[in-house]
Design a protein around this ligand. Structure first.
Ligand code: HEC
Ligand code: HEC
Length: 364
């Protein structure tokens, strides 16, 4: 009797163990399945984004949830860069490719250890003209060639496209102008022509600059911006905005935001509206117009912080001599209005805008 009982007990125990084993096995299979699925899925997203990232070894974006979950629509007829298959064969094609290479890896050719000349700060044009000027809201070059030669409100003269290219060497790359008739500038021009070949003069282009953010009620606050910098920028751009040099010590993996190797105070990025719009739509690296990571306020404030830090100075007393055309966020006077340089630098911009409208209307 007792033996039989024990035997039954044993059988029950064995049955229980096998039930558990089956359960555990099923759960394990499910887990492995989920793991494999997510691995494949991740693999896809990584290769999708790496296509638009620069060829530097960039870590994945530190960006969290999208700011305000803004869902921006992109119009169907938005400009797209021409396909590489449209690059002609032979010499003309070589020039276009060389031009693109110069935009993407400018420092290798013109930086402190440049192979062509050592006339710039070590930044690449692509640091601000993302994806070699093909990215929407990333300072794209789409409309550039069709709009030149153009009357420059900054210099008051009609500028040729090669001169405009040279200006970014002097200001954004805080260096010297390359020979505008030389092979390099001509190659950049060839690339720009190829890129903007379908754009007509005067054509309105969606997302061709950096995107203009709505003005804030208050002035942008460098103090608040320093906190944004610490949390969301410092990991790549460095505690002192110095960026991160690549192993060759002549080019940057992460470009500097201030200091001796950054853009000078005559550069487009030194103006708060340009900086705020660029950062909102492109930073932390990986953010896009459709998936921004900063609120507008964070973008304005971090712009105010970065542009309050030391950087090379450019003599600009001959810029914007027609005061009616001076941008409202150009932080060096004189102005047609009576607002301070400080307000022209940090805002609030709306009162300046209103005052200038009233003044220029009165004049005409
Ligand atoms: C620090 C950021 C930065 C870097 C680096 C930079 N640019 Fe720019 N660039 C800008 C901004 C911002 C603008 C638009 C505002 C302005 O006109 O100043 C601009 C405007 C331009 C324009 C005029 C576009 C148009 O449609 O009118 C050209 C051309 C240009 N850059 C070429 C270059 C070239 C070539 C290089 C590299 C030698 C370069 N940029 C490097 C920020 C930069
Ligand atoms: C994950 C790394 C990363 C983070 C975080 C990041 N950036 Fe960048 N940033 C980059 C890279 C890489 C580039 C150059 C892009 C290229 O060359 O294609 C860049 C370019 C820039 C530029 C234009 C080039 C220059 O050096 O002036 C500005 C301005 C900028 N970042 C500002 C910011 C600000 C402000 C933040 C924080 C809100 C931020 N970035 C966060 C990686 C990062």
């Amino acid at each position: 009797m007792k033996d039989q009982e024990e035997e039954k007990e044993l059988i029950r125990a064995v049955a229980r163990i096998s039930r558990y084993t089956i359960c555990i096995a099923l759960v394990a299979v499910a887990c492995i399945g989920i793991l494999i699925f997510s691995l494949i899925h991740n693999g896809q997203t990584v290769s999708n984004t790496s296509r638009v990232k620069p060829a530097t070894n960039t870590p994945t974006s530190t960006a969290g949830a999208s700011a305000g979950n803004t869902q921006h629509a992109i119009p169907a007829d938005t400009w797209k860069a021409p396909d590489d298959s449209t690059i002609p064969a032979g010499k003309p094609g070589e020039a276009i490719r060389y031009g693109r290479e110069l935009i993407a890896h400018t420092a290798q050719y013109f930086g402190p250890k440049g192979s062509v000349a050592t006339i710039s700060n070590g930044m690449n044009c692509q640091n601000c003209h993302l994806d070699a000027g093909r990215r929407l809201f990333g300072n794209s070059y789409a409309g550039f060639i069709s709009s030149y030669p153009k009357l420059s409100n900054r210099s008051g003269r009609v500028a040729q496209p090669a001169e405009r290219i040279a200006e970014c060497f002097e200001r954004s790359l805080a260096g010297k102008t390359p020979d505008t008739s030389g092979k390099e500038v001509q190659a950049i021009l060839a690339y720009m022509k190829w890129l903007g070949q379908k754009v007509k003069k005067g054509q309105k282009l969606f997302g061709s600059a950096t995107g203009q953010l709505a003005y804030m009620e208050n002035a942008a606050d460098p103090e608040k911006g320093s906190k944004v910098y610490l949390m969301k920028c410092q990991s790549c751009h460095g505690a002192n905005g110095e960026g991160v040099l690549a192993a060759d010590k002549g080019t940057y993996t992460y470009p500097p935001l201030w200091g001796n190797h950054s853009y000078n105070d005559g550069a487009g990025m030194y103006r708060l509206t340009n900086f705020a719009g660029f950062v909102k739509n492109n930073m932390p690296f990986g953010a896009t117009y459709q998936n921004p990571q900063l609120t507008d306020e964070e973008a304005w404030n971090v712009a105010a912080f970065v542009n309050s830090q030391p950087r090379p100075h450019k003599d600009q007393h001959r810029d914007w001599t027609n005061l009616n055309k001076k941008p409202i966020d150009f932080p060096f006077g004189p102005y047609i209005d009576s607002f301070s340089e400080k307000q022209h630098k940090f805002g609030p911009f709306k009162p300046i805008n209103d005052a200038q409208k009233a003044l220029t209307n009165k004049k005409s």
